[in-house]
Ligand binder design. Structure first.
Ligand code: SF4
Ligand code: SF4
Length: 385
């Protein structure tokens, strides 16, 4: 019996492989060579660039018609087959994923390949039938964009969405998750809110936390407005006027509210003023594929007219991942020569803001990495609801 078979039969193979993969990731994060030995472990695949609403913070409003396309199921499968060791997949991009009629088939395909899979949705299309279909896919997580607990403000930011309908859909889905969790031996997708902080809503964060609690959602992510807004909008249109004093006061209030209600509140560090150490690990461990097949750097830089490294529907990803353009892009992060659009990015400015957050970020990657290997997801919280 060979060593591999011996490890497999003793059940240790997976742990050994996990350990090796983690060491490789650590090596990548420490040395960041232009040539990336390991293929990405995180992937964004954009099922569609179409959207049914027009959020004021989104570049989708200004997309020309020819850019509004869906990825087909055949294309999706041919792409995913090129990533045999993929760990995490976010099936979301510059559009509403539920508009792609093949979305649930895509999720099922990814889950069959043991990829930890989730979507970010505006929640408008998650009706009862879709909620049932979605649970049947065994999706791992769904994040819903909820930037306000006030109907008027919500509908002003998420133009075209109806506040009551969206919250009703999320609540119904959450209830089905609890019900399903009892039946399906603990399977429960992770449900969260994504709050994009801007001048118009920043003071509402504690109320959004309360809203999450009231409908049984136990996690709230707080993001900044994206660095790469397209068209006539700019980040400053949404952020100017937010003083550090106000931001800190909101942060303190929100943390206290989240503690009181036992909500997991995750800041993508909107509120840190001083950036001591800058950097971004994304070009080494993640990639983004548009619905037209273009390979872009990340979920911030997904406009293929701005930057792309090739098209995965025309050539194999393995020949794109370390082509000259990708390596040149990575090199720019050495010695502070990164592209101007990266300088304003949350990942670049904040996540690696000091050695402690760098270390904890790495621990977080490890934790997610290991959790992705352990299925089905056990979620005691949902069983209690
Ligand atoms: S729901 Fe998402 S894709 Fe659609 S307009 Fe809003 S932010 Fe953009
Ligand atoms: S700094 Fe931001 S925009 Fe640039 S590659 Fe990293 S995640 Fe993408």
């Amino acid at each position: 019996m060979g060593l591999k078979q011996a490890l497999l039969s003793s059940g240790r193979f997976r742990q050994v492989k996990e350990g090796m993969d983690l060491l490789r990731i650590l090596n990548i994060l420490l040395f960041k060579r232009a040539f990336a030995k390991q293929p990405p472990i995180f992937l964004n695949i954009e099922p569609t660039t179409r959207c049914n609403i027009r959020c004021k913070i989104c570049g989708n409003r200004e997309y020309p018609e020819e850019k509004k396309t869906d990825l087909s199921l055949i294309q999706f499968k041919s792409i995913l087959r090129q990533f045999p060791d993929l760990k995490f997949l976010c099936l979301t991009g510059g559009g509403e994923p539920l508009l792609n009629k093949d979305l649930t088939a895509m999720i099922r395909f990814a889950k069959e390949r043991k990829v930890h899979t989730g979507i970010v949705s505006n929640g408008t299309l998650l009706n009862k039938e879709m909620a049932k279909e979605m649970l049947e896919t065994k999706i791992d997580w769904i994040s819903f964009s909820v930037d306000s607990a006030d109907k008027k403000n919500f509908e002003e930011i998420r133009q075209g969405a109806c506040f009551g309908e969206v919250i009703g859909n999320i609540e119904y889905f959450r209830r089905q998750v609890s019900r399903n969790c009892l039946i399906a031996k603990g399977y429960a997708p992770d449900i969260s809110f994504v709050f994009v902080a801007m001048r118009e809503n920043i003071e509402e964060l504690p109320e959004v936390i309360r809203l999450a609690y009231s409908i049984g959602v136990k996690k709230v992510f707080v993001y900044k407005v994206r660095a790469s807004l397209q068209g006539s909008s700019s980040k400053d249109d949404f952020e100017s006027g937010i003083s550090l004093k106000l931001a800190r006061a909101v942060r303190v209030k929100s943390i206290s509210k989240a503690r009181e209600l036992n909500i997991d509140l995750i800041f993508k560090d909107f509120f840190h003023a001083r950036v001591k150490k800058k950097g971004c690990h994304v070009p080494w461990i993640a990639s983004y594929i548009t619905s037209q097949g273009y390979v872009c750097p990340c979920c911030v830089l997904y406009d293929y007219d701005m930057v792309n490294f090739g098209n995965v529907l025309e050539e194999d990803f393995s020949s794109i991942w370390n082509n000259q353009a990708y390596k040149d892009f990575r090199r720019q992060f050495k010695g502070n020569n990164m592209p101007s659009y990266c300088r304003e990015c949350t990942f670049y400015r904040d996540i690696y803001s000091n050695i402690n957050t760098r270390f904890f970020n790495f621990l977080n990657i490890c934790n997610n990495f290991i959790r992705a290997e352990r299925k089905p997801l056990e979620n005691a919280d949902y069983r209690r609801i």
